[in-house]
Ligand binder design. Sequence first.
Ligand code: NAD
Length: 293
Amino acid sequence: MLPSVSTAETAKIIDGRELADAVKRELATRVAELAANGISVRLDVVLAAGNPAGSVYARNQASMCEEIGIDYRLHEVACDADSDCVADAVQSLNVDPAVTAIMVHLPLPDGVDTMRIQSMIDAGKDVEGVNPANIGGVIYGRRTLVPCTALATMRMIEATGINLVGAEVVCVGASTIVGRPVAVLLMEAQATVISTNVHTVDLASHVRGADVVIVAAGVPGLVTRDMVKPGAVVIDVGINRIEDENGDRRTVGDVDFESVSSIAGWLSPVPGGVGPMTVAMLLRNTVAAADHG
Ligand code: NAD
């Protein structure tokens, strides 16, 4: 059966903030139930020195965790270019039975082997889904702790109600953290998936045939109206800081929102789309890591 996509003159907006708030309300209820059964949900976060963006993010995380009832602990480590120092911090959290969830803020200082650090996070506590064991779980269809942005993207698509079975989906961008896991999750959903990258010849011709387009390239305005099939679902994962014509700095995605909203059936905005949903999925994974009921 063909997927159902409706044509529209103005795209319906997939409101990531609203979806994320609904997820957070459900999580707060579950955290309270777990607490009543003596199970506490805890998120331990490692932040290496010299990461100001990470510090801001950590403050936001702390207040969001408090809202939901998650015990948030920040571990600031002054490591410089020392992999062993970060590794020691992660290892002490791995072996502590009171710690149910671990996240390591990126970027790590120059010289620290990020892959080594991600690989050593206990797979059951790896709430960002960056340990190769969890990535492997995605490939095998064992959806335990899935990378948060990939999971957020799937939730955004599901919110449109589109039937992915047999749908043609184009993923623009194939990074290990977004494009590739999303492509695999879409394959698991029985979509026909085309993965594109910076070397793809004639990107527009691929995107034009797609019922669903996921854009995660880090290129502002990459996908424009002429590339989109009428009624398609377009999920914009990009987060780019640009200076507009008035010299003001603002955040935009990888999709030209103005023009694409006049042809797509559904469109996720930036800001207010995949970003807030990604945070909600980190919290979702954090609760799942503690919840064995
Ligand atoms: P990346 O740089 O690791 O990968 C970019 C991918 O896009 C590569 O596969 C590259 O080949 C491809 N690409 C680049 N230019 C292209 C082009 N012109 N045509 C086709 N493909 C092209 O980036 P990433 O970490 O996957 O991030 C991508 C974007 O998503 C960035 O804007 C980033 O800020 C954003 N992001 C958002 C979230 C979120 O929570 N919303 C999370 C992670 C990343």
